[in-house]
Design a protein around this ligand. Structure first.
Ligand code: NAG
Ligand code: NAG
Ligand code: NAG
Ligand code: NAG
Ligand code: NAG
Length: 428
C-alpha cells in the first residue's frame, strides 16, 4: 500500500513530453514547445521543472489553477494567439520565477485583482490584442517594482489604473496605443525614472498634460534619431485639441509624422508640426449667463447657475455669502459646469454668492443674490435643528471631561453613541 518512492516519480516525469510537443532537455533548463498542436487545455503532463513553456497558436480557452501549479522554475511563458477568455484566480500563483508572460491575441476582457497574484519577479507583461475593458488597480501589485515592459495596446480600455502605472518604478516601455483612452492625469509619470518609451497613439485624447518627467529628460516624438536616456512619446492618431495647453508638446523635438489637430475649428485637420507655437491659444473664461436674483422660502431647494465659455472649458466654483468655497455636502452640490444645487436652504445662505469660472487662460467672476425668507411654522423646529447640530460635540466633551472616575470602556461607549447620533443627524 505504501506509495512509490519520490525519486522514481521524478525520474518517470522527467521523461515525459506532452503529446505532439517538442521538448528540449538542456539540463538544467527544460523547454517545452507546443505550437499549433490544437491544444484545448494546458497539457497536464508538463514537467514541473520546465523553464520555458511556449503554447502559442492553440485553442486554449481557460487557464486553471492546476495548469501551472508548482512550476517555480518557469521563466518564460507564452500563451499568445489562443482563445483565452478566462483566467482562474491564482492561476499563476506558483510562478515565483517567471520573467515574461505573453498573453497577447486572446479574448480577455478584464483583469481582476487575483489574476496575476504570485508573479513576484515579472518583468514583461504582454496583453496586447485582447478585448480588455477593465484592469483592476491592484492586479499589478505583485510586480509593481520589477515590471519593465507593459503592453496593453490594441484593447478597448477607456480607463487605465493610472495610480498603479505611476508606481511602476522600474518600467522602461509602456504601450497603451490603440485603445479608447480619453484622459491622462497630470504628473502621473513623474516617478518613472526609467521610462524610455510611452506609446499613446490612436486613442481618444484631446489633450496630453505636461509632466515633470518630461521636463527632466529630453522628450522626442519619434524614436528615430533620439539619443539614449531620452523619452520617446508617441501620440499620433488622437483628436488633439490644439490650444495653449499643448504648446509644450509642440516644442518637442519633432520627427515628421501624421499628427493632426481635431479642434479648434480653425486648426482642424492641420498638421500638428506645421502650426506655429503662437497659434496654440486659449481663451479666458467669460460668464455668459447667470441666475438673476432669487427669492426662496427657508427649507426650499434652489439651483444657482453661472454659464461660462472659454477655451479650454472653464470650471466653475462658488463662494458663499460667508466667503467660503462651497464644497459638496449632503445639502449642496457644486457642479463644474456652473450649477450649484442647494437642497434645503437655510437662513445662513441669504446673501450674495459669487461664481468663479477658471481655465488655463484666466478667471472670471459674477454674483448671484439669494434671498431666503424664514418659514414661520418652522421657527420652533429651526431651534431644534440648532440644538441637534451642536449636540454631538457637547456629548463628546462631557464624555471626556465631566466624570473623571469613569472607566475607559464607559467613555468609549458614550463616544460611540455620540458618533452614531452624529451620522444620524448628517444623514437627515
Ligand atoms: C504540487 O505539489 C504539491 C505538494 O508537493 C502536490 O500535492 C501537488 O499534487 C502538486 N501539483 C501538481 C499539479 O503537480
Ligand atoms: C460635486 O459632485 C458633482 C457630482 O457628483 C461633481 O460633478 C463635482 O465635481 C463635485 N464638486 C466638487 C467641488 O467636488
Ligand atoms: C450642469 O450639470 C447638472 C448635472 O449634470 C445639470 O443638472 C445642470 O443643468 C447643468 N448646468 C448647466 C448650466 O449646463
Ligand atoms: C414653539 O411652540 C410653542 C408651542 O407650540 C410656543 O409656545 C412657542 O412660543 C414656540 N416658540 C417659538 C420660538 O416660536
Ligand atoms: C464617579 O463619581 C461619582 C461622584 O463622585 C459617583 O456618583 C459615581 O458613582 C462614580 N462612578 C464610577 C463609575 O465610579
Amino acid at each position: 500500500k505504501s506509495p512509490p518512492k519520490p525519486s522514481l516519480i521524478t525520474a518517470v516525469k522527467a521523461m515525459m513530453c506532452p503529446k505532439r510537443c517538442m521538448c528540449q532537455n538542456l539540463s538544467p533548463s527544460f523547454t517545452i514547445l507546443c505550437t499549433k498542436t490544437g491544444l484545448l487545455f494546458v497539457p497536464p503532463s508538463i514537467d514541473r521543472r520546465t523553464a520555458e513553456l511556449r503554447l502559442m497558436d492553440n485553442f486554449i480557452t481557460t487557464l486553471r489553477r492546476k495548469d501551472f501549479a508548482n512550476m517555480t522554475n518557469l521563466i518564460h511563458l507564452t500563451l499568445s494567439r489562443n482563445t483565452i477568455s478566462q483566467i482562474m484566480p491564482y492561476a499563476f500563483f506558483d510562478l515565483k520565477g517567471l520573467h515574461a508572460l505573453h498573453l497577447d491575441s486572446n479574448r480577455l476582457t478584464c483583469i481582476n485583482e487575483d489574476h496575476f497574484k504570485g508573479l513576484i519577479n515579472l518583468r514583461h507583461l504582454i496583453l496586447s490584442n485582447n478585448q480588455l475593458n477593465f484592469i483592476s488597480p491592484g492586479s499589478l501589485d505583485d510586480f509593481i517594482e520589477t515590471l519593465e515592459d507593459l503592453d496593453l495596446s490594441y484593447n478597448n480600455l477607456v480607463n487605465i489604473p493610472w495610480d498603479t502605472i505611476g508606481k511602476l518604478s522600474n518600467v522602461n516601455t509602456v504601450s497603451l496605443d490603440h485603445n479608447l483612452i480619453e484622459f491622462v492625469p497630470e504628473g502621473i509619470f513623474s516617478n518613472l525614472h526609467k521610462l524610455a518609451r510611452l506609446d499613446m497613439t490612436s486613442n481618444k485624447l484631446k489633450k496630453i498634460p505636461p509632466d515633470p518627467l518630461f521636463s527632466r529628460i529630453p522628450v522626442y516624438a519619434k524614436s528615430k534619431g533620439s539619443p539614449l536616456s531620452s523619452l520617446v512619446l508617441s501620440f499620433g492618431g488622437n483628436p488633439l485639441h490644439c490650444n495653449c495647453e499643448l504648446v509644450w508638446l509642440r516644442r518637442l523635438t519633432r520627427e515628421d509624422d501624421l499628427e493632426t489637430c481635431a479642434s479648434p475649428p480653425e486648426l482642424m485637420g492641420k498638421y500638428f508640426w506645421s502650426i506655429k507655437e503662437q497659434e496654440f491659444v486659449c481663451e479666458p473664461p467669460m460668464i455668459t449667463h447667470r441666475t438673476p436674483k432669487l427669492v426662496v422660502m427657508e427649507g426650499q431647494s434652489v439651483s444657482l447657475k453661472c454659464k461660462a465659455v472659454g477655451d479650454p472649458d472653464p470650471y466653475v466654483r462658488w463662494i458663499s455669502p460667508e466667503g467660503k468655497l462651497v464644497s459638496n455636502t449632503s445639502r449642496t452640490i457644486s457642479y463644474e459646469n456652473g450649477t450649484l444645487d442647494i437642497l434645503t436652504t437655510t437662513l445662513t445662505e441669504k446673501g450674495t454668492f459669487t461664481c468663479i469660472a477658471s481655465n488655463a487662460a484666466g478667471e472670471s467672476t459674477a454674483s448671484v443674490e439669494l434671498v431666503v425668507n424664514p418659514f414661520p411654522h418652522l421657527a420652533n423646529s429651526t431651534n431644534c435643528d440648532k440644538d441637534a447640530e451642536s449636540g454631538p460635540s457637547d456629548i463628546l466633551i462631557s464624555a471626556k471631561s465631566s466624570f473623571p472616575n469613569e472607566t475607559k470602556a464607559q467613555q468609549e461607549k458614550k463616544v460611540v453613541v455620540a458618533e452614531i447620533s452624529k451620522h444620524f443627524i448628517d444623514r437627515n
